[in-house]
Ligand binder design. Structure first.
Ligand SMILES: *Cc1c(COP(=O)(O)O)cnc(C)c1O
Length: 367
């Protein structure tokens, strides 16, 4: 194999498949369908594998919905915090479901989409989020209707409801308790609608997640209210399936050894910077301590501090783990840095460079 120029995101389909099989298992055991949340991961080069195990896609915008419809197929769920007239005109021809974020939007566009399944997002007033920035139930949240009176006034127009209130939730007990709370609060509505989406953020593909308990809970809930349940996994679909592969360009010292790689946090793994999380690294732990940093001019462009078994030198490869979710969809040209290529290791072991970004792409992204 020829050496691939770094930096690149390396998606391993056999690791992806592990997650997909769990998602499929949940469907077989509980009847729950899962649609991929494209805002987390939109790398269509692996959709031919993903759409064998998932039921379709959900979106945050017209473009994502189009991408889902054209490249993933199966069910296309449209959602947007606020649709424009033009969005609706296009979405009504490609979506199976249109989910509104507010009652006012639902009323505004209902006549145009009434031939489809129409849903409403509800803000239950609680969530599992640990970050205010990402908390859908934060004070003054605009995400979903929080007025029971308003919701009841459009109940005859909707066939389903969507809640998104789990964020990075790997705690089954918490999931289960919150679902009971939801059931109690929205019993009347649950009895009337045909489908419910429980959103994303449930870490059902984590190694230690009690998946059978989870399936039983979903099954009894759907049977009790005679509902089709949907999940909208983003992170859980692709977790641990990708690495960002980089090369050390320089090692400098300022009290500690600092290895500078040919990538950067802000353009290539932005979520880590936003949420102040250290990148995970695929390397043996040991006693050689390094700060591993990016090559942008941002002072805080740091992937993390690590104690490694092997010493790093100029030319060493550094692999950051878990680099699929909220990375490629957010990458940007900050500092004019070379954009990581996207490389896929197929199920049969073949390694394919599916995308390379050149200077010309940088120029084209500007004007
Ligand atoms: C972000 C989001 C998801 C996916 O969330 P993950 O944490 O990546 O699973 C699903 N549904 C909605 C409405 C979202 O906003």
């Amino acid at each position: 194999m020829v050496k691939i120029e770094t930096p690149y995101y390396l998606i391993d389909e056999s690791k992806l498949l592990k997650n997909l099989k769990k998602i499929d298992y949940v469907k077989n055991q509980s009847g729950t369908k899962s649609v991929l949340a494209l805002k987390c991961f939109s790398t269509w080069s692996v959709f031919d594998l993903m759409n064998k195990y998932m039921d379709g896609t959900t979106s945050s915008s017209l473009y994502e919905a189009k991408l889902g419809h054209e490249y993933f197929g199966k069910e296309t769920h449209a959602f947007s915090v606020a649709y424009s007239k033009d969005d609706i005109k296009q979405l009504k021809n490609i979506s199976d479901k249109v989910i509104f974020n507010s009652v006012s939007q639902l009323k505004m566009f209902y006549n145009e989409v009434r031939h489809l399944k129409v849903g409403l997002r509800i803000n239950p007033g609680f969530s599992y989020s640990h970050f205010d920035l990402a908390d859908p139930a934060r004070k003054y949240s605009r995400l979903g209707s929080n007025s029971d009176k308003e919701i009841m006034s459009v109940l005859d127009k909707i066939s389903g409801i969507m809640f998104h209130y789990n964020c990075e939730n790997d705690n089954f007990k918490n999931f289960s308790d919150m679902l009971d709370r939801l059931a109690l609060k929205y019993e009347l509505i649950l009895k009337k609608v045909e489908w419910i989406s429980l959103g994303g953020g449930i870490y059902l593909t984590k190694e230690e997640y009690p998946i059978d308990k989870f399936c039983r809970k979903l099954k009894s809930f759907s049977e009790k209210y005679n509902l089709q349940i949907y999940l909208e996994p983003g992170e859980a679909s692709i977790t641990n399936s990708c690495e960002l592969v980089t090369t050390v360009l320089d090692i400098v010292k300022n009290e500690k050894d600092i290895a500078i790689v040919d990538s950067s946090i802000e353009p290539h793994m932005l979520d880590l910077l936003i949420y102040r999380i250290q990148a995970k690294i695929s390397a043996k732990a040991g006693k050689n301590e390094y700060i591993i940093a990016g090559r942008s001019c941002l002072a805080g462009d740091i992937f993390g501090t690590y104690k490694l078994a092997s010493k790093l030198k100029i030319g060493s490869t550094v692999r950051f783990a878990d680099a699929a979710g909220y990375t490629m969809v957010k990458k940007n040209w900050f500092n004019g840095l070379k954009m990581p290529s996207i490389v896929v290791k197929r199920l049969n072991g073949k390694v394919e460079i599916v995308k390379k970004f050149l200077y010309n792409d940088y120029i084209k992204s500007l004007s």
